[in-house]
Design a binder for this molecule. Structure first.
Ligand code: NCD
Length: 304
């Protein structure tokens, strides 16, 4: 039985197969409409979410399956003090596969050790968010035709942003990806990620101003400042509007640079960018459903 905790749990070849499957689902959704008839997905969300939970639920419904679950910890037995280990043992009796989001790093990993059904990490604290990364990679591969040989700027909260950590991990396996990390000093990429890049001799730069490097980017991954992970509100208020991508800055970028964002957006992308064909963050949401469909099929062994 397989789980998904980290994008690196799948080899590059396995990811290619997963993305091929997702692209086929996009083209021929009718061929997949009954693949999960009679199966159930449990969504165990201990932390707020709109798109990730609904994306998982939509994916399972599109496959003909059903969904059960909870959308916040206060409405589950966690409020009575139940451990994640016990919850997943119970859920294993109800569902065929589970997606878990939790504010604590490593929670989904603990669940996977006690589970008799595949567990998908749908975000664990500031750590990893592998299905967002699958979404990001599928979007890039589908729209750019490749996952190598480009310069990607990651901008915003690179310290607490788990989507950033998962994406850097995943892209570090493809040739000639050059990273430009754009953040204020306080929100720099964690040292453990910098150490990994140094060890693998992957080229990266750290800069503070987006305007300084936007012209060099093939991809720009914008992120929200992660308010819920700050220790004090003053720091959040000081940093929250550090970056605002607007039409003027887009004017400095390459004509084929893509702008991605895991969403939710707060102020970091002005709405005047939305109509720009290079802004693909809403397309990304659609790719997220296809890739979660492909993932559910793969983890349930139904992909043939
Ligand atoms: C992200 C998350 O939850 O980490 N959202 C998402 O799943 N699409 C990004 C964020 O909350 O900023």
């Amino acid at each position: 039985m397989r789980h998904l905790m980290n994008p690196l749990d799948f080899s590059v070849e396995e990811l290619d197969r997963l993305f091929d499957l997702a692209n086929d689902i996009e083209k021929h959704p009718e061929n997949y409409a009954h693949k999960c008839d009679g199966r159930k997905l449990a969504t165990l969300f201990y932390e707020p979410s709109t798109r990730t939970r609904l994306s998982f639920e939509t994916a399972m419904l599109n496959l003909g399956g059903n969904v059960i679950g909870f959308a916040d910890a206060t409405s589950s037995s966690a409020a009575k003090g139940e451990s994640v280990a016990d919850t997943i043992r119970v859920i294993s009796c109800f569902a065929d596969i589970a997606a878990m989001r939790h504010p604590k790093e490593g929670a989904a990993m603990v669940a996977s050790q006690f589970s008799s059904i595949p567990v998908i990490n749908a975000g664990d604290g500031g750590h990893q968010h592998p299905t967002q990364t699958l979404t990001d990679l599928l979007t890039i591969r589908s729209l750019k035709g490749r996952l190598d040989h480009f310069t990607i700027g990651l901008c915003g909260d690179l310290k607490f942003g788990r989507t950033v950590h998962s994406l850097i991990n995943a892209l570090s396996r493809y040739p000639e990806v050059h990273f430009i990390f754009i953040s204020p000093e306080e929100l720099r990429v964690p040292d453990y990620i910098i150490d990994m890049l140094k060890e693998k001799q992957i080229s990266y730069e750290e800069v503070i101003k987006l305007e300084d490097r936007i012209a060099d980017l093939d991809l720009l991954y914008m992120t929200r400042v992660q308010r819920e992970r700050f220790f004090n509100e003053e720091d959040y208020v000081r940093l929250k509007d550090f970056y605002i991508l607007d039409a003027a800055k887009m004017g400095m970028a390459k004509p084929d640079m893509l702008v991605l964002h895991p969403l939710p957006r707060v102020n970091e992308i002005s709405v005047d960018v939305d109509a720009d064909p290079r802004a693909v963050y809403f397309k990304q949401v659609q790719y997220g459903v296809y890739v979660r469909m492909a993932l559910i099929l793969t983890l349930l062994g139904l992909e043939e």
